[in-house]
Design a protein around this ligand. Structure first.
Ligand code: DGT
Ligand code: CA
Ligand code: CA
Ligand code: ZN
Length: 577
């Protein structure tokens, strides 16, 4: 069992116990346990399997046994029994915005609401509004959240499929009869959400590979199985398709199944213009047309070259300008994960992070970074334990001391994720902001302003010379909460004018600002910072998702501020402050 799965079970136990009205200390213990399992620096599942959890803070005796059971059997009987007392669909309710355990408990005990369908019904017939703590406004919000969820019902965020994609890909590549394998589709194109995972492999024995694929341990249900393809549902209802082709066909199938459809349509047209038809298997001369000889094709680049194009990176295959660039030798050299030298916008236990300042600094060094920017929440974000002026000044001093220890080979930058208040003023005064090395400004509340007012609010914050970068521009949570109303081109213009960096928040929940805007930002000269917004040491690795989105936004290392080495980034931060 993975640590994520184990943490989720502990979290769910806490929720169910809360619904049962159990002792708050017991509930707290499970919540803490879940957090520890999620963020523990070592291989906690391995330790659990070997019964070596003693002494880990936040994991008591009872939890230790349960983790051992999960690590060794892949199950937890206590949870199975507890779960059986409630409807299976109950957990859906926790995905609805604005519903916490207390409200869910009230809905369940007073109205018997045990699913989203029940909830919708109770909201529509006026029953929900009668429960204490609920009003018309809450009900409207819940209905909106359900509608948004329905619209995105069969999509997954990258973090939900990333591990699965890598695991299956690894298994395919290890298969004795598979020579090449790749994940295609929207996943390969670096989309922020995907409907399914499309695997492709080359083999001389397709039937064997297909029949082994449908027997993989994570397969829960076979949807369809043929001689060269199969579709299955895996854990969490994620659909995985596999196509098996010959070595010769592989590059053509790879292009075809990577898509996008729009890109493929244009590519096929360009082949036709040259007198060749193109499908997932080959180039074929069109009868009765004079055409150049078809060159040998070993990989994708050969296909593009045959059509007079430079190689087009999968992330750019959306038919939105990549053909023109490939024709004229103007393909950007896209940023890579290895180009990042440090990260800004990270949280510690001082606000709502799970790791201390020192632990975060050590983890960043472990990842090969030269610097780490801390940006804990400011006081108005009280739900996130935001720092007031006094605590922030103490943190600045703590960071200075820590930096002495590093003697220049690594540096922590003292920052703040300062709230942009309703009128666009900031949560700290300029005097305090001036004491920081940098500052991220973000909107965390009052999302319901009209577009013009929200835009003005954010631009006012951007115009403050102490603001280094703008955090998660739209506030969206993928598949859960839409962006608030805001005029992005106007924000980009203001950022260009003031030299303010815009964040690409790398959390798989956000990926905000969206990849669709980065070409415009780049054109206007706005720099990007790929920010993990890490709330734990593991969270630092979310930069991976950010780099995918940055690539999809045509960004190169020159566009991304945290590709600068320490000495240069220090200079860049000082400029304009
Ligand atoms: P998704 O799954 O909705 O996140 O997005 P995709 O792009 O992965 O779509 P999917 O899984 O339906 O198909 C994978 C790729 O296969 C797609 O990007 C292009 C190719 N493809 C599928 N159906 C067609 C089609 O009818 N025409 C063309 N030209 N290509 C197709
Ligand atoms: Ca797909
Ligand atoms: Ca598919
Ligand atoms: Zn934030």
């Amino acid at each position: 069992m993975t640590r994520e799965a184990a943490a989720q079970i502990l979290e769910r136990i806490a929720l169910l116990l809360e619904l049962k009205g159990e002792n708050p200390f017991k509930i707290r213990a499970y919540k803490t346990g879940a957090e520890v399992v999620e963020s523990y620096a070592g291989d906690i599942m391995q330790l659990a399997a070997e019964n070596k959890l003693a002494g880990i803070k936040g994991i008591g005796d009872a939890l230790r046994d349960k983790l051992h059971e999960m690590a060794t059997t892949g199950k937890l009987e206590f949870f199975e029994n507890l779960k059986a007392e409630f409807p299976e669909t109950l957990f859906e309710l926790f995905d609805v915005q604005g519903l916490g355990p207390k409200k869910i408990a009230a809905l369940y005990s007073e109205l018997g609401v045990g699913s989203i369908a029940d909830l919708k019904h109770a909201c529509e017939n006026g029953m929900a509004a009668k429960i204490s703590g609920f009003g018309e406004k809450t009900v409207v919000k819940i209905l909106e959240s359900i509608a948004f969820r329905d619209e995105h019902a069969s999509e997954f965020r990258v973090d939900q499929v990333y591990g699965l994609a890598q695991t299956i890909l690894g298994m395919l590549r290890d298969h004795p009869n598979v020579s090449r394998a790749e994940v295609c589709g929207s996943f390969r194109r670096g989309k922020e959400t995907v409907h399914d995972l499309d695997f492709l492999c080359s083999t001389k024995k397709p039937e064997e590979v297909i029949s082994d694929f449908v027997k993989l341990p994570m397969v829960e249900k076979v949807i369809a199985q043929g001689g060269t393809k199969a579709s299955v549902y895996t854990v969490n209802g994620i659909q995985c398709d596999l196509r098996a082709v010959s070595s010769k066909e592989f590059p053509f199938a790879l292009v075809y199944f990577t898509g996008s459809k729009e890109h493929n349509v244009e590519l096929r047209q360009r082949a036709l213009d040259q007198g060749w038809s193109l499908n997932e298997y080959a180039f074929t001369p069109v009868e009765g047309k004079s055409a150049p000889a078809i060159p040998a094709v070993h990989d994708e680049a050969d296909i593009y070259r045959a059509l007079g194009l430079d190689f087009i990176e999968p992330e750019l295959r959306e038919n939105s300008g990549e053909f023109e660039a490939a024709e004229h030798g103007q393909m950007p050299h896209l940023i890579q994960l290895e180009n990042l030298r440090g990260v800004f916008h990270n949280h510690t236990t001082a606000s709502d992070g799970k790791a201390t300042l020192r632990e975060m600094a050590e983890a960043a060094q472990e990842l090969g970074m030269q610097y780490l920017g801390i940006a804990d929440h400011s006081k108005s974000s009280f739900q996130a334990n935001g720092l007031d002026a006094k605590r922030l000044r103490a943190q600045i001093a703590e960071i200075r001391e820590l930096n002495e220890e590093f003697e220049g080979h690594f540096r922590v930058f003292a920052g703040s994720e300062v709230d942009i208040l309703k009128d666009g003023s900031l949560d700290f005064d300029d005097e305090l902001l001036a004491e920081l090395d940098y500052c991220v400004a973000s909107v965390h509340n009052v999302f319901n302003l009209p577009e013009a007012e929200m835009t003005k609010r954010i631009i006012r914050a951007i115009e403050n010379p102490h603001v280094t970068m703008l955090g998660h521009v739209t506030g969206r949570l993928l598949l859960q909460r839409p962006s608030y109303a805001v005029n992005i081109p106007a924000i980009i213009d203001a950022a260009a004018e003031t030299g303010t960096i815009i964040e690409l928040n790398a959390s798989a929940w956000r990926l905000d600002m969206d990849w669709r805007w980065w070409r415009l930002a780049k054109e206007k000269g706005v720099k990007c910072s790929i920010n993990p917004d890490a709330h734990s040491t593991l969270g630092l690795e979310d930069v991976l998702f950010g780099v995918r989105a940055a690539r999809k936004g045509w960004l190169t290392r020159k566009d991304v501020i945290n590709c600068l080495p320490l000495g240069e980034v220090e200079k860049a931060l000082k400029k304009g402050r």
